[in-house]
Design a protein around this ligand. Structure first.
Ligand SMILES: Nc1ncnc2c1ncn2[C@@H]1O[C@H](COP(=O)(O)OP(=O)(O)OP(=O)(O)O)[C@@H](O)[C@H]1O
Ligand SMILES: [Mg+2]
Length: 312
């Protein structure tokens, strides 16, 4: 049999299909609090988080794809009431300045020209065109915020060092604001209505943010960087934790029905195959949801979903 509940491949046009409800983690808009509620920390992680919290150091979390590195901060922010997580996703083009603030100088010039053309004098305020990025907001906030610096191993070579320098001193000067006449400004956080007070053009940290840096371990970091972080390597997932995770995401009634699947998944991990927790969650969802394919198709579908991540 072929599981063809929706798409059949028969080219018959205009078939009306009604898809079943999406998995909770694929519903939109995404909840602002993220997946924190469903996170189950592996052994050792709680201590590492607490050490980083007390020492006011960033926590550098390393581990394979899908091991929960990016989700951890949502769990911490939720539990400690740190508000919306500030996110900085690193690529080879990321710069420190960009993560601190963005100044839309072209937008400002354009607004001035439009106002001039209309014969108006523009109420030209720099704060309408300058916004704090995730790092800037985390440093400027009067209360500790949660900051995710995701995939730091994808950055250009200098970024980790520059970043740790800023975190060490907890300050950053914004030249455009230093030049302003008004030396006491409220600057808006990007994608938010929250504003932060900045005096004399200088961001001055008053409450060190809770920072999680994540890395897939694609490159190593220099010792001066490492010594300023608390480090944690996500441990291999046990059947016990996998069961906990499935229970958290899909409910207790599902667990008993997929014990063999969880055991097989864990076996795959132990054999060194790279497979991620969310692949398991997908497979369990498909198997146990309302849209579950018939029994004879299930193994084939599970195999489809649990392919190694190292296969292209
Ligand atoms: N320990 C866990 N408890 C609950 N859910 C988990 C856990 N680990 C992973 N997940 C789930 O697996 C999914 C992937 O996790 P996440 O995106 O945090 O992984 P990652 O380590 O950041 O992966 P990548 O390196 O690919 O970015 C998320 O939907 C998350 O909810
Ligand atoms: Mg991630």
């Amino acid at each position: 049999m072929v599981w063809n509940a929706y798409y059949r491949g028969d080219n018959e046009p205009g078939r009306k299909v009604e898809l079943p409800a999406a998995p909770r983690w694929r519903t939109f808009p995404r909840p602002p609090e993220g997946e924190g509620e469903f996170f189950r920390p592996p052994d050792g992680l709680i201590e590492a988080v607490n050490a980083a919290l007390v020492l006011r150091r960033p926590l550098l979390v390393t581990g394979p794809p899908g091991s929960g590195k990016s989700t951890l901060i949502e769990s911490v922010a939720r539990e400690l009431g740190l508000g919306t997580v500030l996110r900085w996703h690193i690529t080879s083009r990321s710069t420190l300045a960009d993560a601190v603030y963005r100044y839309d100088v072209l937008g400002r010039i354009h607004a001035q020209q439009v106002a001039q053309a209309q014969g108006k004098t523009a109420a030209d305020k720099i704060t309408d065109f300058l916004q704090l990025g995730p790092l800037g907001a985390a440093l400027a906030s009067a209360t500790p915020r949660a900051l995710l610096i995701d995939e730091i191993d994808k950055s250009d070579l200098d970024l980790p060092g520059d970043l740790l320098n800023v975190l060490e001193r907890g300050e950053y000067e914004i030249p455009e604001l230093v030049r302003e006449e008004d030396q006491d400004l409220q600057v808006r956080e990007r994608d938010s209505k929250v504003t932060h007070r900045i005096r004399e053009g200088r961001i001055q940290c008053a409450a060190f943010p809770v920072i999680v840096l994540t890395s897939n371990g694609e490159r190593s970091f220099p010792p001066p960087f490492l010594r300023r972080c608390v480090r944690f390597q996500m441990p291999p997932l046990t059947t016990e934790l996998l069961t906990e995770i499935v229970r958290a995401h899909l409910g207790p009634e599902v667990v008993a029905r997929v014990e063999t699947l969880i055991a097989a998944f864990e076996e795959n991990l132990r054999a060194g195959r790279t497979v991620a927790v969310d692949q398991l969650l997908n497979a369990v969802f498909l198997r146990t949801g309302k849209a579950a394919p018939p029994a004879e198709d299930q193994d084939r579908l599970t195999k489809l979903l649990l392919q190694k991540l190292t296969d292209a």
